[in-house]
Design a protein around this ligand. Structure first.
Ligand code: ZN
Length: 185
């Protein structure tokens, strides 16, 4: 399920890049797409929401530096414990998006991954969180709130992408604008 959503977003992203190139006749689409997939900016997160009927999937991606405090592959007891404890803590009770009560959203599962490089040549590493909900009355909800910036204060912005059936919309959020539209697409 996770791969499907990323694939959808990546495909859409590549199409946009291709469209851009077609219009402006500059650059190499593959190089641009690769660059955007393999780099990140510290302080910047991505929020992807996929809605299919009553099933809602929320994915968060952010630099490990902002979530964990470091990006190197953990070494030593302290770093290993930090990773283990934070994973358990976040999977237990952290919901980055608050769905209002009237949405009747029920959290079905939550999964956290810290993606560390296998070799030491990489400088950056990513955090990913995936949450699955069943929402009976999502149509009653216009906007939702994120507590991502409250929980991880070094995050300064996030790009929001929403796929609702065959429609797609995007938004930007930051510590001063924590609400975004969910259903007006
Ligand atoms: Zn980094």
């Amino acid at each position: 399920m996770k791969k499907n959503l990323w694939t959808k977003l990546i495909t859409t992203g590549m199409l946009l890049v291709l469209a851009n190139v077609a219009i402006h006749a500059v650059g190499e689409p593959e190089a641009q797409a690769k660059k955007s997939l393999h780099s990140h900016s510290h302080g910047a997160a991505e929020v992807n929401i996929s809605i299919e009927g009553t099933t809602v999937e929320v994915e968060i991606r952010a630099p490990n530096l902002d979530i964990l405090g470091f990006e190197n592959t953990p070494s030593g007891e302290l770093e290993h414990n930090t990773v283990k404890q934070l994973k358990a803590q976040l999977e237990k009770d952290f919901e980055p998006i608050l769905f209002p009560k009237e949405s009747q959203c029920k959290l079905m599962g939550s999964k956290v991954e810290f993606d560390f490089p296998d070799d030491k040549g990489h400088d950056h590493s990513d955090f990913e969180m995936e949450l699955n909900y069943t929402c009976l009355e999502l149509k009653k909800v216009k906007t939702v709130e994120t507590v991502l910036f409250k929980r991880f204060p070094t995050l300064r912005s996030a790009k929001v992408q929403i796929i609702n059936g065959d429609k797609q919309s995007s938004d930007k959020i930051n510590p001063k604008k924590v609400n975004f539209k969910l259903n007006d697409i």
